[in-house]
Design a protein around this ligand. Structure first.
Ligand SMILES: Cc1cc2nc3c(=O)[nH]c(=O)nc-3n(C[C@H](O)[C@H](O)[C@H](O)COP(=O)(O)OP(=O)(O)OC[C@H]3O[C@@H](n4cnc5c(N)ncnc54)[C@H](O)[C@@H]3O)c2cc1C
Length: 396
């Protein structure tokens, strides 16, 4: 240990002791879709421990460890934030809060928001009081996001918004939505978009659930019928929203790229194979062992790439294409992981019920959606081809 490491060692010790005392035992078991804490006005906590864990972490600013303290964050530097992640991982501590506000809007507001917007929105996000939805896709604009048409007209003392958004994840359970809106129909399509924050309780907003084959409705179509929005809710400059949209997408894509690494912490594929098939039984089959080994090695490399990209991002040195590479690689890796888990479980792996086996099938199905949400794999390949490899082509 060098002298420079000493403060970090002390921070690790303090963090370890604090977590040991404050992370409830129930919050040290893997999170499932049902037990995730999303916060917000409409959220019903699954247990008293879940609420306590959120409150304790938020009070310390550790729901947003690297945000400045004045906006509800922990004010940690990159090295300290990494120590916190490692120490939480060591005891299997769950994330206290899952939140589009934390993962996407927060970083965008820190970069592009004005002081009043930061003070109004960031602390409630960090405390888990306001849940945000993402209003990017429209019925006619998915991959071609810049072709969006939801209108936003200047009415002097307010904006007037008309149109609809689609595939809004949990639109009916969210409190606010960050939207891309068309503020200039004459300008080239990327140059007439603005970034607007809308309270979903505003008169004229309604949601319609979109029911999936599973019977669940995790998405809504979100309608805006002559919705009045205060002028102060426009982030950044008028018609300069595309830059904010792209900046935010980098965070979304990198986050989706972590899906395999996050899940791998919950359950090792090799451990599953040994438990389900017997260490000396089918789990010893060379083909399966080789596939698991290849997966585990790639997952290990992915973890290193993610840590490195976090460091680069904090140093402001992460290129815009990196998030596309991480998303593409991470989501493909997760599909290999869930394929393996289903193969290991055999026919039971396809059972779609509420039990532990159902969780395998649900994760397997969800892994298909990860290569679509946040921009499909084909779009990431286009971005990499154009911007990293400089191959010919249009757009992106
Ligand atoms: C789980 C999940 C959650 C989501 N949550 C949200 C949310 O909260 N808010 C939100 O705004 N949106 C959300 N979305 C929507 C998501 O952003 C879009 O589904 C995605 O951008 C693709 O757009 P699309 O569905 O319109 O498909 P399309 O754009 O119609 O694409 C259809 C197919 O064509 C391919 N394709 C399209 N253009 C090209 C091209 N130029 N080159 C090569 N191939 C191409 C695509 O890869 C895809 O395979 C979510 C989606 C999923 C799956």
């Amino acid at each position: 240990m060098t002298i420079a490491d000493e403060p970090l060692a002390a921070f690790r010790q303090e963090t370890r002791a604090w977590l040991a005392e404050n992370c409830p035992a129930e919050m040290r078991v893997p999170e499932t879709e049902e037990t995730a804490c999303w916060g917000g006005r409409r959220f019903v906590f699954a247990s008293a421990a879940q609420r306590l864990w959120l409150e304790r972490m938020a009070a310390r600013g550790w729901t947003a460890p690297d945000w400045p303290r004045e906006y509800g964050g922990g004010g940690l530097g990159p090295a300290e934030a990494r120590v916190l992640r490692e120490e939480m991982r060591r005891i299997g501590a769950r994330r206290p809060l899952d939140s589009l506000g934390l993962w996407m809007l927060g970083p965008a507001l820190l970069e592009f928001g004005d002081e009043a917007q930061k003070r109004q929105h960031l602390p409630p996000i960090a405390r888990g009081e306001i849940r945000w939805a993402q209003g990017y896709s429209e019925p006619g604009a998915g991959s071609d996001l810049a072709g969006l048409s939801m209108g936003c007209a200047d009415r002097g003392d307010h904006w007037l918004v008309d149109g609809s958004k689609i595939w809004t994840s949990y639109g009916d359970q969210s409190d606010w939505i960050f939207c891309l809106v068309r503020t200039d129909r004459e300008a080239p399509k990327h140059k007439g978009i603005s970034f607007l924050l809308i309270d979903l309780d505003s008169p004229g907003v309604s949601t319609r659930p979109i029911k999936l084959i599973s019977g669940e409705a995790p998405f809504t179509q979100t309608f805006f019928d002559q919705v009045k929005v205060p002028k102060r809710n426009l982030v950044g400059r008028l018609n300069a929203g595309w830059d904010i949209a792209k900046y935010l997408l980098r965070f979304e894509r990198e986050l989706i790229g972590t899906v395999a690494s996050d899940a791998a912490r919950d359950e090792g594929v090799a451990a599953r194979a040994r438990a389900a098939l017997g260490a000396d039984g089918l789990a010893a089959a060379p083909e399966l062992r080789l596939e698991i080994l290849r997966y585990e090695l790639d997952a290990w490399v992915m973890d290193i790439a993610l840590e490195r990209s976090r460091d680069l991002a904090r140093a402001g040195a992460l290129g815009p294409v990196a998030a596309s590479v991480l998303k593409l690689a991470g989501t493909r890796l997760n599909q290999r992981r869930t394929d393996l888990l289903v193969s290991i479980a055999g026919v039971d792996g396809l059972r779609f019920d509420d039990g532990a086996t159902g969780e395998t099938a649900r994760r397997w199905l969800h892994s298909k959606a990860d290569t679509i949400s946040g921009g499909s794999s084909e779009i990431q390949l286009n971005i990499i081809a154009r911007r990293a490899l400089e191959l010919p082509g249009d757009g992106y």
